[in-house]
Design a protein around this ligand. Sequence first.
Ligand code: SAH
Length: 217
Amino acid sequence: MISEEELKLENQRLIGHLRFVGIKDEKVLKAILEVPRHLFLPMNMWYIAYADDALPLEHKQTISQPYTVAIMIEALELKKGDKVLEVGTASGWNACLIAKIIDPGIIYTTEIIKELVEYAGKNIKRLDIKNIKITHTDGSLGYEKEAPFDKIIVTCACREIPPPLLEQLKNNGILVAPVGSKLSQQMIKITKQGKKLKKDYLGDFVFVPLLGRYGWR
Ligand code: SAH
């Protein structure tokens, strides 16, 4: 059995690695230190919880790679009080990191697989993080009920940015999503400037596909 002390050291080593590969936002690094990734994985995977890799979850889904998560959260330019929408809760780790940074703002996170909504719900409850609302729904349609959002993050691969997400983004809001084919995607940061969309490209990544109305089926 790997001890709490060893897991803490592994987490600190991961932070050092993320600094080395170019992550500079101290808020993001602090959140990764404060939200232990191993708690979002089954116990038999704790020994690799702090590797900079995506890891498998049940139902053919994954917990994203720490570097990828850090790049995406950094790009969102999160502020305290932000209202955020996430598409793709899976383990809930990413939602918890964002929740820590925006507190007292709220993150609304959507997940299409019911069992993962329950899995993430348990993980979040254990950490006693209150500013996350999980919903079992097709997030490719956004979350009309709470729109508009300051920031939107999509943690699964899109063919195109689902139009409802752009509609539900506030003016000057930021959306980050991987867009491309099923095999590989480019991370896109979109800043809404009135009728104009400013686009920045953040590199190539690989995600599990977005399902639902604007997804792959
Ligand atoms: N953010 C997660 C990793 C996401 S993996 C973490 O921190 O662990 C991508 C997730 O997106 C999968 O769980 C998948 O079921 C979910 N997903 C796919 N299509 C979706 C849709 N249309 N709406 C909501 N969730 C979706």
